[in-house]
Design a binder for this molecule. Sequence first.
Ligand code: JF8
Length: 241
Amino acid sequence: MPLRLDVVTIFPDYLAPLELSLLGRARREGLLEVHVHDLRDWTHDRHRTVDDTPYGGGAGMVMRPEPWGEALDEICSSQPGRTPRIVVPGPGGEVFDQATASRLAEQEDWLVFACGRYEGIDERVYEEFSSRYPLSVLSLGDYVLNGGEVAVLAMTEAIARLLPGMVGNEASLAEESHTGGLLEYPVYTKPAGWRGHEVPEVLLSGHHGRIEAWRHEQRLARTEQRRPDLMERYRTISSSE
Ligand SMILES: N#Cc1c(-c2ccc3cc[nH]c3c2)n[nH]c1N
C-alpha cells in the first residue's frame, strides 16, 4: 500500500513542488499518494474566513477551530478501515530528525499534515484531534517560519526518500549524513586534479578496505568538527553496543 499523504493548507500552490522530481516519480510509480486540500473549502462565509483575533489580546491572528474541525473530520474518516497520524508542523514541536523520518516511513501508511499560519491554530483543535487520532507536533528546527508548508515539503521528502524503491541505489542511504548518527564523508569525481586540488590518493588506490576505513575516519572527523553534539550521542550509542 503506498504511503498516503493529505496536506491541509490555505496555500495549496505552496505544495506544487511535490509534483516534481523524486516525489513526482514516486507518485507516478504508485509509491506515494499526495492529496492537497485548501482549508478554505471548509469555510461557509462569503470571505472564506479562517482566522480571527486572539482571546486575551496580543498581536496577530489565530486560525479558527471550526474549519479545521470540519476539514480533519472529513479527511481523517475518508479511508474506511484506516487511521491516519495527524502531523502538525510547529516551532514548539518535537524536532523532526532523520530518526523521526525513518520511524514515520517504517511505521505509518497515512499521514495528514495540518499546515498552520498566522500565530497558529486554536489549541482546542489539538485537544480534539489528539483525543481521536495519533497526533504529532513536529518542528524542523529552532528558527521561526511563517507557516507549516515549508516544513511539510521538507518532512515529505525526508520520509518519502526512505520508502522502498524510492532511491535508485538504496546502499547510498546507508552512508549519507545522519544515517548511523554520523555526517557523510567527502565525495569526489573526475578530474583527479582540479585547480591544484587533488583527489585523496586512497580513493584512486582501488583498495576497498582502505577506502572504507578512510571514509569512516572522515565521517568521524567531520562529525567531531561540525556537530560535536552528534559525536557525543554516537559515542554513547557505540559504547553501549
Ligand atoms: N515546523 C515548523 C516550524 C515553524 C512553523 C510551523 C508552523 C507555523 C504556523 C505559523 N507559524 C509557524 C511556524 N517555524 N519554525 C519551524 N521549525
